[in-house]
Design a protein around this ligand. Sequence first.
Ligand SMILES: N[C@@H](CCC(=O)N[C@@H](CS)C(=O)NCC(=O)O)C(=O)O
Length: 201
Amino acid sequence: MKLIGSYTSPFVRKISVMLLEKGIVFEFVNDPPYEPGSRVVEYNPLGKVPALVADDGEVFYDSRVIAEYLELLACAPAFLPIDRHAALPVRQVEALADGVTEAASALFRESQRPAEKQDESWVLRQREKVLHGLDALEALAQEKKLLNAEQITLADIATGCALGYLNLRRIIPNWCVGRPELVKLAERLFARESFARTMPP
Ligand SMILES: N[C@@H](CCC(=O)N[C@@H](CS)C(=O)NCC(=O)O)C(=O)O
């Protein structure tokens, strides 16, 4: 199995964590999509990472599709309930965490542009997505049902990757304030070997 990605991508990290947790052997191909000469488009017409090349040569892209594929391989531990209906709310939280990551990534990209070219109203819109998303995740983490429950799920992994990315890019550096359960969840996840080994440089 081959994972095409980059070391800083939170979506790639989500998949790397799953593979490590499940003990699936894989080759990591570092191919940052924004660098000239990137071959990512050969695997994903959208030019985005992660992409996964399965052992039979089939290619999957978009972390949510890859996550679904990895769950189908039935390697323990499972990160989604087997019942498709029961899996839906977990996937919904995964989508929420991914949405926070997407908005944070958009904020980072915008911050890299010359100050005079940055669109203030758009930046505010992305910041709101991150803040509202974090508040919703904190509320879920407090409930300890779909997030932050005893058994780790895809919702927890996606949330850990979102929080790790906020730390990496220093987006909303005070996100911890007023979100104690997310802080505890982050500490719990970052102590795991899978998260430690995929810490972005
Ligand atoms: N929904 C996609 C998002 C993937 C994504 O946005 N990846 C970024 C890196 S973090 C990327 O490859 N960006 C390159 C581009 O947008 O051209 C997923 O979950 O895989």
